[in-house]
Every structure is written in C-alpha cells, then in structure tokens.
Design a protein. Sequence first.
Length: 467
Amino acid sequence: MPTSRPGRAPGARGERLAVIDPSTGEAFDEAPDQQPDIVDAAVDRAHKAWRDWRSDATVRSGALHAAADAVEAAGAELAPLLTREQGKPLAESYAEIDRTAARLRYFAELHPGPQPVADGRPVRSEIRWRPLGPVAAIVPWNFPLQLASAKFAPALAAGNTMILKPSPYTPLATRLLGSVIAAALPADVLTVVTGREPLGACLASHPGIRHVTFTGSVPTGRAVAAGAAPSLARVTLELGGNDAAVLLEDVDVERIADRLFWAAFRNCGQVCMAVKRVYAPARIHSQVVEALAQRAKAAVVGPGLDPDSQLGPVNNAPQLARVERYTAQARADGARAVAGGHRLDRPGYFFAPTILTDVPPHSPVVTEEQFGPVLPVLPYTSLDEAVEAANGTGFGLGGSVWGTDLDRAEAVAGRLECGTAWINHHAELSLAQPFAGTKESGVGVAGGPWGLFGNLSPFVLHRPEET
C-alpha cells in the first residue's frame, strides 16, 4: 500500500500560526504551523494503528463512549477556548461540545452486522462491512468541533483511523479536543494536524488516504476532489448553501418571526444551512421586513465571553470583508438596509445584523452565499415565481416553507431542490438522519447510518450450502 510520495523536500520546522480573537482582532495565542512533510509519517502511523483498531467493534464502542465522557469532562476548558478563537457566544460553544459528545455516543452504538442475500441460488451469500483504512477530514472555522465530530465519529466507529485538519483560523480548540479524545483511544487512531495550505491539499491527495471528507467552499471542494482523484480515494464534500425560506400567504408573521430570524442569524449567520434568502408574498412583504428588522435592531452584539451577547463577531477579517462587499454591492444595486448595513465601530470583526429590502434578484447577496449577518427579503407575486427563485442558484443544501396550512406547505417543500426541507423551522438536524446536498452543495452523505456506511466498504462472501 503506497503511503508516501518520493522527492518532496522537507518543510521548515518550528513555525507558528497566530490565532486571532475575532472580538478584538488581535492575536491571543498560537498553534503549530505544520508543514506538508509531516503528512507521510502521520499517515504511516495511522495505517499501523488501523490494523488493531479495525479488529474489534466492541472495543471501539467502549473507547468512543469513554471519549464522549472525556469531552464532556473537558467542557469547561474547551468552551471558552472555542469562543475565544471562533467568536460565538459561550452558551453556543457549550452546545457544540454537547453535540460532539452525543455524536460519539450515537455512532458508538451503530454496529452493522452481516446481511444475508436471498437470491434463489444454492449458495449462502453474505454482505459484510469492512473499514477503509486511514481517512482524512478537513474542517472549517464556523463549527470546528461539531463538524470535526461529524467526520471522526462515524469514521472511527466504522474502524478507520483519521487525520484531522482544522481551519488555521480555529486550530486551538480542535487540538485540545484531539488530545482529550486521543487519551481515550489507542495511539494514532486520531491525529490532529494544524497549519496553512498546502497542508490540507497534501493530506487530501496523499496516496495512503482512502477517504477524504471536507466541509467548505465550492472551489476548494473541487480542488479536494481533484487532489483525491489520482489515488481513487472516496470523497464526501459538504460545500455550503444558499438556503431559501419561502413564506406562504397564510403565514402568521409574528408567530414565526423569532424562529425565522434566528434561523438566519445564529452563529452570526455563519452556518452552511442558515436561511440566507427570504421570499415573502408581496401583500405581507413589508410586514415581514419590519418584523425581522425589529429583531435585528434588538439583538445584542458583543464578545462571545460576555454573557449578555446574543451574536458574536464574524470569525475573520477576510470573511468580514466579504460581508461588507456583498452588502455594499446590494446597496449600490438599489437595496435598502432597514436594519444594520455596516460594520460596528469597535475593535474586532463586528457587523451589525442587517435586513435588506428592495434587493435586485441578481445581486450577489441573493445569488451567492454571504455567510454572515445579512439577510435579503424579496417579494413575490406568485408561488411558482417564488419556488423558481428559491431553486434558481447553484446551491441545494436546505430550504424551508412557512405557513399555517401544513399540507400545502409540505407540497411546496417537496418542490424545493435541496437535500433537506423544513416546515415552519429551519436548520434543525437529528443525529439519526442523513445530511446531504444537491447540485453544488455537495457529494456524498453524512449523518445517521448513511454516515457510517460512507466509511465502510462491502465485502461479499459466497459459500455453497453443501460441499
């Protein structure tokens, strides 16, 4: 099995990566800026650890339960660190840690057994499931721990070993999480590496990696898939979304306004499946805009460690610049900001929660993923027009329909071109359900048994009934 690439020059040693607190814009700590030459050794160690890790599902289950206990026990140390480097309110960091532990426990209990195949022949055929080997995960900065666990929990439960690379914007909590979990596992079953590119590209393209899971942008996802192609490694790509919320004529605006607002603005809008566009009937469009604007103006924006903060900062300077650029372009196109529309005059990467109206449908804040605290609200005159607009981007991650007649709302939701549709809520997922996108929103399936089987390969054994 090839596990190295000859001829690569070793990288520099001892380099460090500054980690910025987005609530101040200043560095508060640092992490190793590891170079690509570490990947060969990490993959070799993962391959050696895999030989024993794959052999006993009962041992794996116990180890993952122990890892979940360790994660919960470390919550008081993990949560402030996560908030410090990511920016989200502390309560949301604790929720992310709870979700990480819950996912470990969920997958620890999934044990796919042999499946007989009845095909009418005098042969006993049985499908068994085998792990793939060392796998890689590349995780973004918006939910560093939760998205990491969505990758390592099913991979480890299936009997694979993993090398995990977090975003260089949020390496610290993931490094700490890795050390906490590694203490409950055999050596080298889970390895965390940190650094700038091309570290991730070298990991994704390494010939000893059998599965690459990635969450991030569409261009980077394409590059990951291209890098994995020469070794024919399996890829699972979650590439973001531009989720639409379609409001029906019978919607009770005041009843749903809070849910709709937070579906768009939780984690400062930095959620792949957040509501990023709202389509409202023209008759009630101004009412919807006003209800959302009231909530945007009332939301408390501040450092995540401040217990009064409901929304933290945008995570990093380039993303803040993107949010500012999209908002400015929308206003240049004729949009009005009825709330927010500007960066806050304080240290850090804070942007006022923004509601836009009179937005042209071709504006990038509508057609692309803004990934920040900005929400355009667009009117429609016919439901067919709204559904066509909702489906009119290259994304297809999620969508939602809001109304009083649930049967009608369900019928409309069935017309949305996306992997998940909700009625009267949005972006709520169970650990037991599949999570997948259509179109440019991704390749492969995460979550539930589907996430486990994505980390396994079928092995079919045929045995005659008689000698």
